[in-house]
Design a protein around this ligand. Structure first.
Ligand code: LMR
Length: 346
């Protein structure tokens, strides 16, 4: 019996020692194994944006993330946060400057609060088509715009597209300038856009993108302007009975990076990020053309929204009515940038 107790005692001690040693070894393995060391070295980029995943910006951000991971063999990981899930459009520039996120891609209008000269990009009919857009942003103007950001302590990386803006309303079709009279329109924060609606006798109201769907549902305003891709992907067309295809304004993005973070990256990683962005940028431009076309068809065929395409003659009337905005811009900011854009496009 005594011997039996001794055997049992020894067995328990060995079992205890086995688990104690095994556990220790396992912990040691987890802390020091190769994979973990590599993960410690991994650079993680948080990329926050406010639109849906299935949009030119949402898809380009995902494509960029994939390309960066491939080009750096996993040394850089880009985590994309869509739909304003991290920061709303009102918060994202501050979040970037604080370094709470490393990348964002706000629309030009949202940069105008920081750099008022960027309002030039919101002037109605400043770009006639994608050809104009490409020429302007890929040339000297693109460089100048990025240099303005640099002075504000932000690293400008690239220009992405969401396409041209259209007008929607839940009151009636918007064809003549007088059709806008007295209606309330949701706008992005931009003085030029505010004036654009005032010229047509409408009341502009700045509303963050994340609140547009709910505000439309509650009928807090009568209409809004946006790209087909945003109108479609966010379901705005469900609460708007009329859409005018006017292509009167361009909704573009600037891809931004936190400057100290960018500077802290090794040169070879910076090179791969730039290469990935160049590829994603070309892809995004093509994607924005195709997606807006496809989703216009989708809305024509499968929704109740009544769609009207402005004739050239009607567009001309809008253009003439908007002419004072150009004069106003020149008065405030001088004519150099505006002139350069006019010369370089087309
Ligand atoms: C808007 O506020 O309507 C757009 O700027 C949203 C976006 O990022 O496309």
């Amino acid at each position: 019996m005594k011997r039996w107790f001794i055997v049992m005692g020894l067995m328990s001690i060995s079992v205890f020692l086995y688990f104690a040693i095994y556990k220790n070894v396992s912990q040691t393995d987890i802390v020091f194994d190769d994979e973990q060391t590599e993960l410690d070295d991994q650079v993680v980029i948080y990329f926050s944006h406010v639109v849906a995943e299935n949009t030119p910006k949402g898809l380009a951000a995902q494509k960029f993330a994939k390309l960066v991971e491939e080009k750096t063999n996993g040394r850089v990981k880009v985590e994309v946060f869509p739909n304003g899930s991290l920061y709303s459009d009102e918060e994202e520039i501050d979040a970037l400057m604080r370094g709470d996120v490393q990348m964002i891609a706000p629309s030009f209008s949202k940069v105008t609060e920081l750099i008022p000269e960027w309002q030039v990009l919101d002037l109605p009919f400043i770009f006639e088509d994608y050809h104009d857009v490409e020429k302007v942003f890929m040339g000297r103007i693109g460089k100048q715009l990025l240099a303005m950001l640099e002075k504000k302590g932000i690293q400008g990386m690239a220009f992405w597209s969401n396409g041209f803006k259209q007008m929607t309303s839940n009151r009636h079709l918007l064809i003549e300038p007088q059709d806008f009279k007295g209606l309330r329109f949701r706008i992005m924060p931009s003085k030029v856009i505010e004036e654009q609606f005032r010229l047509f006798g409408a009341k502009p109201i700045v509303v963050p993108f994340n609140h547009v769907y709910k505000s439309l549902e509650k009928q807090e305003f009568d209409g809004q302007e946006n790209t087909i891709s945003n109108i479609y992907s966010k379901g705005f067309y469900q609460f708007q009975r009329y859409m005018t295809v006017s292509n009167h304004g361009y909704l573009g993005y600037v891809v931004l990076m936190n400057k100290p973070f960018w500077r802290s990256l090794p040169k070879d990683i910076q090179k791969q990020i730039v290469a990935a962005l160049e590829e994603a940028t070309l892809w995004n431009l093509q994607q924005s053309k195709e997606q807006n076309e496809q989703q216009l068809l989708e809305m024509k065929n499968n929704s109740n929204i009544q769609i009207y395409e402005l004739t050239d003659k009607e567009r001309k009337v809008w253009k003439e009515k908007f002419a004072p905005l150009y004069k106003e811009f020149e008065k405030k900011f001088g004519s150099k940038l505006l002139q350069q854009i006019q010369n370089d496009k087309g």
